[in-house]
Design a protein around this ligand. Structure first.
Ligand code: HEM
Length: 121
């Protein structure tokens, strides 16, 4: 399914952006592009598939896990964007930006895996 492909590419971009975290001129645009892609996919799927309505009606366990991970990923992504923006002008923000980076990547990877379980490609 096309959304799995787009989401997988965004995840790959996050991992490459993490590996290139010292190279600002690559790290920042790559993370912003991957983040905006993620946001667009979540908005489109929420409109098209109504995941919250499905949860309210039938609440399959794996969908709960997936939606929870997806929301947590978005929150962590928002935090990374916020602390990353601060880091541009304030080196003291480095610690808070670096601290949750791996947590975000783990959460985002699990979101991708559970998406494949909810709707196999
Ligand atoms: C979305 C917008 C983002 C912006 C504007 C941003 C900005 C930055 C900046 C300016 C740096 C410092 C680069 C340097 O060493 O000169 C940095 C480092 C870093 N970024 Fe981001 N970033 C963003 C997203 C992310 C995301 C999503 C992750 C999660 C994987 C991440 C993980 C890291 C890590 C681990 C470092 C190294 C921190 C350290 O040195 O301890 N960033 N980022």
């Amino acid at each position: 399914m096309i959304f799995h492909l787009i989401s997988g590419l965004a995840l790959a971009a996050f991992c490459i952006g993490y590996a290139l975290r010292r190279r600002r001129r690559i790290h920042i645009p790559l993370m912003l592009a991957a983040g905006l892609t993620d946001l667009a996919v979540v908005i489109i799927l929420t409109i098209q598939r109504d995941p919250f309505g499905t949860l309210a009606r039938s609440s399959p366990g794996i969908l709960w896990v997936h939606v929870s991970l997806a929301l947590l990923s978005l929150v962590l992504l928002g935090r990374q964007a916020w602390t990353g923006r601060r880091l541009v002008g304030d080196p003291a923000a480095r610690a808070s930006h670096g601290r949750l980076a791996v947590t975000f990547l783990a959460c985002r990877t699990l979101t991708f895996i559970t998406a494949l379980m909810v709707t196999p490609a």
